[in-house]
Design a protein around this ligand. Structure first.
Ligand code: HEC
Ligand code: HEC
Length: 252
């Protein structure tokens, strides 16, 4: 078990970046660590705090997300040993899960890529405490509030997180959302997301084809033809556009 814990710790520490400046040096020795249930009891304070730093960056939170260490508390009543906040114990469960993934599951593969991939908190969390995919976040908002709000949320998140690993602002999530809405026969709403995709990827032939498909399904054949033609002008081999135009041409 200790070996597994050290493995997990090494995995976290491997990613740790700048050293934390907690417990300023001129305040005398910090109190001993007193409530460790996962990490070895003799772990150095430095190593533990480095790991804590990786948690904050991986989840995009501060210490108070898991600890009784809120800015509003006077320094003497901040208590890192307390288990009062549920997120601290959830994090312990996560530590056991990550150790099991690395030590019990990935080691069973018949061969490993080299160097082997080590799963860390950031592998799933990507700077988010709730590691959801963008399409799930947007479809949840769509279901609870509606299209305008879901489109606005997409724009907000893009503004806030573009350039971070948290969400994928490439074409794939918008295509997933459009596809999910078309499956539910919400063609007009699907088209909103395909148009949003075109706003950010105006030179993507597949984005034009997908918009064309939704325009066709909503009965706007003239616009659909223009979209498919645009797709073909960008990529003469676009199969969806080629097939759609072949099917449409005789009817014109
Ligand atoms: C995602 C949750 C999470 C975040 C964020 C987090 N910690 Fe922790 N922390 C834990 C867990 C879980 C433990 C207990 C580990 C164990 O049981 O071995 C712990 C233990 C500690 C301890 C040991 C307390 C004791 O005496 O037992 C200190 C000190 C500590 N954290 C400091 C910090 C600091 C400083 C930060 C912010 C830079 C921070 N932590 C951020 C989850 C977190
Ligand atoms: C394999 C993917 C994965 C990895 C790796 C992972 N987590 Fe999680 N984590 C999740 C998921 C999924 C949830 C949401 C669980 C739920 O549905 O409530 C979660 C939730 C949490 C929560 C609770 C957040 C909340 O708002 O309720 C904490 C705290 C947390 N993780 C900490 C960690 C820490 C610390 C690590 C690294 C030691 C870690 N996680 C590694 C997938 C992962």
């Amino acid at each position: 078990m200790t070996r597994i814990r050290i493995l997990a710790l090494a995995a976290c520490a491997a990613l740790s970046l700048p050293v934390l400046t907690i417990g300023a040096q001129n305040q005398g020795p910090p109190p001993p660590l007193k409530n460790l249930k996962f990490f070895p009891k003799d772990i150095s304070r430095r190593a533990l705090l480095d790991t804590m730093g990786t948690f904050t960056r991986a989840l995009g939170v501060n210490c108070a997300f898991c600890h009784m260490a809120d800015e509003s508390l006077p320094p003497e009543s901040r208590d890192f040993a307390s288990d009062q906040k549920p997120n601290k114990d959830k994090a312990r469960t996560m530590l056991h899960m990550v150790a099991a993934i690395n030590a019990d599951y990935l080691t069973k593969l018949s061969s490993r890529v080299q160097p082997p991939v080590v799963v860390t908190c950031a592998t799933c969390h990507r700077g988010l405490s709730e590691p959801r995919q963008l399409e799930q976040v947007i479809l949840t908002r769509y279901d609870s509030v509606g299209t305008d709000s879901a489109v606005a949320l997409y724009r907000d998140l893009r503004q806030r997180y573009y350039g971070h690993a948290s969400y994928d602002f490439g074409e794939a999530p918008l295509v997933e959302i459009g596809g999910a809405l078309r499956q539910r026969n919400r063609v007009a709403d699907a088209l909103r997301f395909y148009m949003l995709n075109l706003e950010f990827a105006p030179n993507s032939s597949s984005a034009w084809s997908q918009a064309g498909g939704a325009q066709l399904a909503s009965g706007d054949t003239a616009t659909a033809i223009k979209s498919f033609e645009k797709a073909l002008s960008l990529n003469p081999n676009d199969r969806q556009a080629t097939r759609a135009l072949q099917a449409l041409k005789p009817k014109k």
